[in-house]
Every structure is written in structure tokens, then in C-alpha cells.
Design a protein around this ligand. Structure first.
Ligand SMILES: Nc1nc2c(c(=O)[nH]1)N[C@H]1C(S)=C(S)[C@@H](COP(=O)(O)OP(=O)(O)OC[C@H]3O[C@@H](n4cnc5c(=O)[nH]c(N)nc54)[C@H](O)[C@@H]3O)O[C@H]1N2
Ligand SMILES: Nc1nc2c(c(=O)[nH]1)N[C@H]1C(S)=C(S)[C@@H](COP(=O)(O)OP(=O)(O)OC[C@H]3O[C@@H](n4cnc5c(=O)[nH]c(N)nc54)[C@H](O)[C@@H]3O)O[C@H]1N2
Ligand SMILES: [Mo]
Length: 762
């Protein structure tokens, strides 16, 4: 039956959807100047065979009860009724809660879920655990910016102030003369924003800027990280060496007296310490252009010439998330700021420093006057936390101390983990180690729309509706459109939305009223809408009532023109508008960080050799970046994601010179390997990748030939089999999964078809 089109919204764009049998017809929102092709991943999603249709329990857990179990990831599933499933979950939560308290439950539940404000799965988990069990062990920060979000408040201010409300795209189009983008400005990345993105404007802004004469310089191992519209230049440094490059550039600026000393003395602290470090007064090593050239793989003459071109120009420096998702990831983030300060640029229109511009569609944008409220999460009765990417460390090392941002914390002993809206077998590093970590649990409960590898490691899998099967409101704080997300289809199989599942569990645990406050989904949407309406009324802005909003499908909200406001005010009057740092200034030297006494992150930016670097056994850097054809692992079975694969396998790009010396032809199956495992992919030979680097995006669903192997072989192409699971530093403990080292060869073993999208037996 063909239904009438309805309005809906995803992290990658708003659209009209119409169901025709099992297929959807998608028409992008008319107000979007550059809609994302990711919308095509919805076409076949609704009743795809990979969907979870019924509540399922892992056979080993059902038969033998909770407890550490090596069968996780390699077991059968037994279908049970919703009634049975909820009974099992409620009983197990009660057992763990009564025996171990909230300290025994991990409810971090990291993950992007889908775009609706209300059904945001992570918030649902948190609210549920807070209201029914008195709290849970939480995770802090994100895989996106685990390092920068902890560092930036020490040295300049809140990350969102620098990224979302930093230098705006309009200013760049109008004022910037040189944009140095460490990690590039790939349009593949800015097509998504959490909560939704109704207008994709980055391509247009880059085009405008380039036409006016802005010089875009993309510092990246991949040429494809800058769109043709920017008409820019490609500077390929060895991965992970940007900090050394910037030190080399600073050294030239210092030696040739090209730094803005007036700016540095008025607006920063710690420049003398930085100069002493660069000149080698600290330890006898001079960090000059020749020194940097050795590390980065470009010539000293190039670095010198590069530095000389910057003074006197309106220069904007931006550092992508990618650079800090790596060992010592703090350093390039910090040094990007120091470079902008040395040039005297922060606070000038289109100049200075902005963090992660273009990495997501809500950076360099403006904030709404008022945001649509989020689901209140209630109060967590305990204060136990881990930096989000330390999940395996925690599960494998209960009671072990660790450092984090000046604190010495210990890992709790977790018995039960509850996950909804995230895919740890997508996002975490060293998947064999992650499996071992999950095998320590008594119980893992997962709500999923589809049989991801995380669902396949769970003891109880509860089928969640996808966003298209329920109502919600879509909108991000930096998006002027608010959308009624109208249901397109009936729930798949027996799937229920996360809220309905938690409501039933809360009822069994005697806390239904506390969890729901007497509201159903529509009740919450109307309640939150009324709050928005009231807050806008205080600014004399009137919006239609909920019914009318729901009928019309979209609403335009007033926005602030707030780009760069913190830095602009600071530049105008540093005494009246100090930065929120201890000194009130940009901290090139941070006494706070220095006081923590971390060898791997001292008081001023440094170059530190990483643990991982290419050697004879593993001569290639692997770039495991964001995929162009999907959001993370979401809808990896969708049309657009599949169109980027070859014979169902993910594509790994490598340079023609490397391919020739390895005897690899375009389209052949290659094997990437290191001590953590093996990954197959289809080789794409392209000079868009610098020599010595191979690139395999994240997001292909983990498909191990033998899930119990200590060094598993993933036949689909998930790079997190290979990445190393270490924190960025003692300061931030962020995810360091962006780069690792590997060996590459033509694959000579047995080739079996990808099975990631075939549900497990049961
Ligand atoms: N090597 C390497 N690893 C990385 C990165 C990298 O650069 N390199 N990047 C990291 C980054 S920046 C991030 S943000 C993470 C992303 O990691 P995740 O956010 O965990 O990845 P997603 O695939 O978005 O996971 C969302 C999951 O929620 C499910 N889902 C969708 N809607 C619903 C719903 O309504 N209810 C429920 N219950 N489930 C739903 C989807 O099916 C999917 O499995 O990955 C990180 N991992
Ligand atoms: N299509 C799509 N877009 C996305 C996402 C997605 O899954 N799909 N995920 C979103 C999320 S959650 C986030 S947090 C952002 C992440 O934003 P980023 O982390 O910035 O995105 P990546 O694509 O991982 O990396 C950007 C580029 O940095 C380059 N790079 C890697 N290592 C280095 C290095 O050492 N030095 C330099 N100079 N460059 C390096 C790589 O070539 C890579 O293409 O992307 C968002 N956008
Ligand atoms: Mo992210």
C-alpha cells in the first residue's frame, strides 16, 4: 500500500518519506541547498533482513544464567516473548542492583542513535537507570573530541564556544585570506550533525570564499579531504606529525621576528616558555624547520617558506577532531591555537583559531535563540565515571587506578552493562580485546534496530523501532528548522521504541510513575513543545500551537548571530571580557596542566614520539576515518553504503607506488594486519592517498571469520580490529583510534562471503 508522504529528519538531513511496499521514496527537504546522499540509506531499511524482529536471549545465558562467559559473540539466540524478556531484564537489574548497587552497572551507553530529541536512546537509558536503580557508572566526553573537550577549557575555553560558536562560515567567506585546515574540510563530514541538519551550506561557503580569493590549505594524508570547490592546496604530512610541523613553523616565525609580540604579551601567558622549548633551552633539542622536516616528511625549505607566507594575512587555523583522536592528540590542538596567537589573529573577523570546522555540520554556525528541550535524565545517585574510551580497560581491570585530568580514579567492578543507541563494536578500538572485556560481564543488555556486532555479543537483545516507525521532534541547537518527525511505517516485527520498553521495565521495577511522569511519547513532545513556546514568548516570539506545528511539519526558529563572540569580546577588552581560563588569557603554558606532572602532557605543547610508528614489520600508517557513505555503522546495509563497497567488502585506498611495490592491482582483495588482527578489503589504487598511508574508513559491520580468535580476521573491513586501545594521554584519556600501523599484502587465504547482515541463528 502506498501511503502519503510525511516529514521526517535524520542526523544527515530532513526529508519527505513515502512508503511503497518495503521501499521508501525519499525527497529531501526543499530548503536544503545541498542534500546528503546518505538519505539513500533509508530506501531498503524498514524491513531489511538485518533488523531485529523479536526479543532474543543468548542461549548460554538463558540456560546457565548470568556470569562471565567466553561464548559471547559466538552463541545462538533463542526468541522469547516480550513478557518473558522484560521479566528477565527486570529480575537481572534487580539482582545486580540489590547485590552491587549502581556501582555494578555501566550505563554510559555511548552512541549516536537516531536524530529525534525525545527518543535519544542514551538519554532514555540514563533516565531509566537513574529513576529505577538510583544511578549507574557513567562515561564522560565523547569518541569525537575526547582529548580536545578536556584540553580546551584549560587553555582557551569551552569546546563548543570554539567549535560551534567559533568563527562562522559567513565570516570565512567574507574575510579569511588563508585557511589552514589540519585534517582538511571534507564535505563527507559536514553532511552530518547530531540532532539533524536541514541546510548543508559548507560547499556554498567554500565556493564563495574561494571566489573572493581565500587560499585554503588542507593539511592531510588524503587529497580528498578538501572539496574541489575550495580550489585549495594539498599539504601531505606524515600522519600524526602535525605538532612537529607547527613547532617548525613557529621556530621560523620566532627566528625571523615575524611573531605578533604585542598580541602575545597582552592576550596570552606562557609564550616565553614556548620559545625556550622551541629553541632547545629546556633540553638541548632545537625544534627548528630542519628538525620538523625530518619528522614530517617535507623539506625544511618548504616549512620556512610556508611560515613566511602567513604574517600580515588574515589567517584562520582549524584543527579537525581527527588529529586529537590519536596518541598525544592534545598537542596539535594546542599548537594550532599557539600558531594563531603567534600570528596575532584570534578575535579578528575570519581569523584566529576555530576548532574542528567542517568536521560536523553544526560547527561554524549560529545558535537558536531557544533550543528544543532534551529529555531530563534525573539524578544519578553516584559519582563514578570513566572517560568514554576506557571501556575495555575498566571491564578488564576492576579496582585498578588510572589518571584523568588531574584526578586519580579507580575502575569500578561492573557486572551489567546496558546499551541502547550505540555500537561499541563500531566505535571502540582493538575489537578482540573489547570482546574479552564484554566476556567479563555477568550480563549485557542491548536495544537495537538491527543485528550489529554489539547486539551479537549481548545476552538479551530487545528489538527497537527505527526512527521512521515512531513520532518525535527533530532539531539541533544550531539548526534554525524544527521538524515534526512523523511516522512513515508501522514498527518492524515486534519492535518497540526505547521509551515504551523502559516504561514496561520501570513498571516491573515499581518506578513507572517516576520514569514516565504520567506521559506517553506524545505527552512528552507536547510538554517539551510547550516549554519551547514559553521560552520564546519571553523573547516576544510567537510560534503556532503543537497541533498546527505537527500538521505543517516544520517550523523556523529565530537565531543569534553569535559566531566568535567569546574571542571577539576578549580581543576588544581582555580585562572586561577575560577568557574562562585561570589566567583569563590564552594559555600557551598552563600552570594547571603542569601541576598534574604528566610526562605525556606537560604544561606547554610539545612533540612526543608516539608509541606507534611505522617500522619494518608494519610499514604503513592506516587512516581509519569517518566513512563517506554512511554515519558510522548506521544502515551499513543501505543502498548508498553498499554502493561504496566492492563485492560487499569495504574499500581500502592506497597510493600507486605502494601498490606497485606490493604487487597489488586495483580491485584485488588485500589483507591489512598487525598484532591485533587481520582485515580484508578491496584495494583502490589512487594518488589521492599519500605514499606510506592506507585508508580504510570505519563503519563496516564487524564480521569475524572466527569470533573467538585472539587475532580475528574480519572479512568485511572493520578497521577497529587493528587500532590500538590506548588513551591519548593521562590528561584526557581520549580515543586514539584514528591512526595505527599495519602491514599490507594481497590476500591469499580462503575467501568467504560477507555475512554481517545475516542475523544469527536461533
Ligand atoms: N578507528 C576509529 N574508530 C572510531 C572513530 C574513528 O575515527 N576511528 N570515530 C569515533 C567517533 S567520532 C564516534 S562518534 C563513534 C561513533 O560510534 P557510535 O555512535 O556507537 O556509532 P553508530 O553506528 O552511530 O551507532 C549507533 C547505533 O544505534 C543504533 N540505533 C539507531 N537508532 C536507534 C534507536 O532509536 N534505538 C536504539 N536502541 N538503537 C538505535 C544503530 O543501529 C547503531 O547500531 O565511533 C568512534 N570510533
Ligand atoms: N559521512 C560521515 N560524516 C561524519 C561522520 C560519519 O560517520 N560519516 N561522523 C561524524 C562524527 S561523529 C565526527 S566526530 C566527525 C569526525 O570528524 P573528524 O575526526 O575530523 O573526521 P575524520 O574523517 O575521521 O578525519 C578527517 C580527516 O583527517 C585526516 N587525518 C587523519 N589523521 C591525520 C593526521 O594525523 N594529520 C592530519 N593533518 N590529518 C589527519 C584524515 O585524512 C581524515 O579524512 O565526523 C562527522 N561526520
Ligand atoms: Mo564523533
Amino acid at each position: 500500500m502506498t501511503q502519503k508522504p510525511v516529514m521526517h529528519s535524520a542526523h544527515w538531513g530532513a526529508f519527505h518519506a513515502q512508503q511503497a511496499g518495503d521501499r521508501l521514496t525519499i525527497k529531501p527537504f526543499a530548503g536544503d541547498p545541498d542534500p546528503s546522499p546518505l538519505l539513500q540509506n533509508f530506501h531498503t531499511a524498514l524491513n531489511h533482513p538485518a533488523r531485529v524482529s523479536r526479543p532474543m536471549v543468548r542461549r548460554g545465558w538463558l540456560e546457565d544464567g548470568p556470569g562471565p562467559d567466553q561464548r559471547r559473540g559466538n552463541d545462538e539466540y533463542v526468541a522469547v516473548s516480550w513478557e518473558q524478556a522484560c521479566e528477565l531484564v527486570a529480575r537481572e537489574l534487580k539482582r545486580v542492583g540489590d547485590t552491587h548497587g549502581p556501582e555494578g552497572i555501566f550505563g554510559g551507553s555511548y552512541g549516536w542513535s537516531s536524530a529525534g530529541r525525545f527518543h535519544h536512546a542514551q538519554s532514555q537509558v540514563h533516565r531509566f537507570l537513574n529513576t529505577t536503580l538510583g544511578g549507574y557508572v557513567r562515561s564522560v566526553n565523547s569518541y569525537s573530541s575526547g582529548s580536545a573537550s578536556v584540553l580546551l577549557p584549560h587553555i582557551v575555553g569551552d569546546m563548543n564556544e570554539i567549535a560551534r560558536r567559533g568563527v562562522s562560515w559567513e565570516e570565512i567567506a567574507q574575510h579569511s585570506e588563508i585557511v589552514i585546515a589540519f585534517g582538511g574540510l571534507a564535505l563527507k563530514n559536514s553532511q552530518v550533525a547530531s540532532g539533524g541538519l536541514s541546510e548543508h551550506t559548507e560547499r556554498g561557503f567554500m565556493q564563495q570564499a574561494a571566489q573572493r580569493g581565500t587560499r585554503f590549505i588542507s593539511v592531510s594524508p588524503l587529497k580528498s579531504d578538501l572539496p574541489a570547490e575550495a580550489k585549495g592546496e594539498w599539504l601531505a604530512l606524515r600522519p600524526g606529525t602535525d605538532a612537529a610541523f607547527i613547532l617548525g613553523v613557529l621556530s621560523v616565525l620566532i627566528d625571523e621576528q615575524l611573531t605578533d609580540e604585542a598580541f602575545l604579551s597582552r592576550y596570552t601567558v606562557g609564550w616565553p616558555e614556548m620559545v625556550a622549548y622551541i629553541r632547545g633551552e629546556e633540553d638541548g633539542t632545537q625544534r627548528d624547520a630542519a628538525w620538523a622536516a625530518e619528522i614530517c616528511g617535507v623539506s625544511a625549505a618548504f616549512i620556512t617558506d610556508f611560515a613566511r607566507q602567513l604574517p600580515g594575512k588574515r589567517v584562520l587555523v582549524t584543527v579537525a577532531h581527527a588529529l586529537q583522536r590519536s596518541e598525544h592528540g592534545e598537542q596539535p590542538v594546542w599548537l594550532g591555537l599557539v600558531l594563531a596567537a603567534a600570528l596575532g589573529q584570534p578575535g579578528l573577523p575570519g581569523g584566529g583559531y576555530t576548532y574542528a570546522l567542517g568536521a560536523l555540520g553544526h560547527y561554524g554556525k549560529h545558535h537558536n535563540l531557544v533550543s528544543f528541550p532534551a529529555l531530563p535524565q534525573g539524578k544519578n545517585g553516584i559519582d563514578r565515571l570513566i572517560p568514554v574510551a576506557r571501556i575495555s580497560d575498566m571491564l578488564l581491570n576492576p579496582g585498578k587506578p588510572f589518571d584523568y585530568n588531574g584526578r586519580r580514579l579507580t575502575y569500578p567492578h561492573i557486572r551489567l552493562a546496558y546499551w541502547a543507541g550505540g555500537n561499541p563494536f563500531h566505535h571502540h578500538q582493538d575489537l578482540a580485546r573489547l570482546r574479552q572485556a564484554f566476556c567479563q560481564l555477568d550480563t549485557l543488555i542491548v536495544h537495537e534496530i538491527a543485528w550489529t556486532a554489539s547486539a551479537r555479543h549481548a545476552d538479551i537483545v530487545l528489538p527497537a523501532t527505527m526512527t521512521l516507525e515512531r513520532e518525535d521532534v527533530g532539531g539541533a541547537p544550531t539548526d534554525r528548522h524544527l521538524f515534526a518527525m512523523q511516522p512513515v511505517a508501522q514498527p518492524h516485527g515486534e519492535a518497540k521504541d526505547d521509551y515504551t520498553i523502559f516504561t514496561e521495565l520501570a513498571r516491573l521495577l515499581g518506578s513507572e510513575e517516576a520514569f514516565t511522569e504520567g506521559r506517553d511519547t506524545r505527552g512528552w513532545l507536547e510538554h517539551h513543545y510547550a516549554q519551547l513556546q514559553q521560552k520564546l514568548a519571553m523573547h516576544q516570539v510567537e510560534i503556532p500551537d503543537f497541533e498546527q506545528f505537527w500538521q505543517q511539519g516544520v517550523l523556523e526558529l529565530p537565531q543569534l548571530k553569535d559566531g566568535g563572540r567569546m574571542m571577539n569580546a576578549f580581543r576588544a577588552d581582555p580585562e572586561a571580557s577575560p577568557l574562562p581560563t585561570p589566567s583569563g588569557k590564552i594559555e600557551i603554558y598552563s600552570a594547571t596542566i603542569a601541576s598534574f606532572d604528566y610526562e605525556n602532557c606537560p604544561g606547554h605543547p610539545v612533540w612526543r614520539e608516539p608509541q606507534q610508528k611505522p617500522d619494518a614489520d608494519h610499514p604503513f600508517w592506516l587512516i581509519a576515518n569517518q566513512p563517506a557513505t554512511r554515519l558510522h555503522s548506521q544502515l551499513d546495509f543501505g543502498d548508498y553504503s553498499l554502493s561504496g563497497k566492492r563485492d560487499g567488502r569495504e574499500v581500502c585506498s592506497l597510493n600507486p607506488d605502494n601498490a606497485a611495490s606490493l604487487g597489488i592491482n586495483d580491485g584485488e582483495i588485500i589483507e591489512l594486519y598487525n598484532p591485533r588482527g587481520h582485515v580484508l578489503a578491496s584495494a583502490r589504487v589512487t594518488d589521492s592517498v599519500m605514499p606510506g598511508v592506507v585508508q580504510l574508513p570505519t563503519g563496516a559491520w564487524y564480521d569475524p571469520v572466527d569470533p573467538t580468535a585472539l587475532r580475528p580476521l574480519c572479512r568485511h573491513g572493520n578497521p577497529n580490529v587493528l587500532t590500538l586501545d590506548i588513551g591519548t594521554s593521562s590528561l584526557t584519556q581520549g580515543c586514539s583510534g584514528q591512526i595505527t600501523v599495519v602491514q599490507v599484502r594481497k590476500y591469499a587465504g580462503e575467501l568467504t562471503p560477507v555475512q554481517a547482515f545475516i542475523p544469527p541463528q536461533g
